[in-house]
Design a binder for this molecule. Structure first.
Ligand SMILES: [Zn+2]
Length: 154
């Protein structure tokens, strides 16, 4: 134990990454998804680097760089399977653009216009005081706030 305490951050990182790989397979199984090579490959890109917001296209590019052999269609399917299994949260910012969020807890976002950056708003409660009437037979699943930002003109 004393060795571990005295170990460098490098060792710590290596230990953690070993755990993450194992955790990922367990995570997939617990979510009812067979840990296929493609799911593990994409899951690794998604979940091994902390909280991330990724579009399908961005993940597809990362997969190509990391030599994970998948098609864009597979990336879409896998992202939707992960989302249905509760491993990801979909955040729709603009009509065609959907971000997949590895942070599935309740939180809100800043979106930087023109830079396509989605940022978590951390540790602050936002109150939405006037919600519209909702259609009969419906209930609110959750309220998500996206605050759109742009750079101030110099
Ligand atoms: Zn987020």
């Amino acid at each position: 134990m004393s060795v571990a305490t005295a170990s460098s951050t490098t060792t710590h990182w290596r230990d953690q990454s070993g755990c993450l790989y194992h955790d990922l397979r367990v995570k997939l199984r617990n979510a009812g998804l067979r840990p296929t090579r493609q799911r593990v490959g994409l899951g690794w890109l998604l979940f091994a680097r902390g909280d991330r917001h990724l579009t399908a296209e961005a993940l597809y590019e990362e997969a190509a760089k990391a030599r994970v052999p998948v098609s864009l269609a597979t990336v879409y399917n896998t992202l939707h399977q992960f989302t249905e299994a509760g491993l990801l949260r979909e955040v729709a910012v603009e009509g065609a653009k959907t971000y997949f969020d590895t942070n599935t807890s309740q939180h809100h976002h800043f979106f930087v216009e023109g830079e396509n950056q989605l940022l978590d708003i951390e540790g602050q409660n936002i109150s939405v005081s006037m919600l519209p009437e909702i259609p009969e037979g419906m209930e609110i699943a959750r309220v998500e706030v996206v605050i759109r930002l742009r750079r101030k003109e110099a």
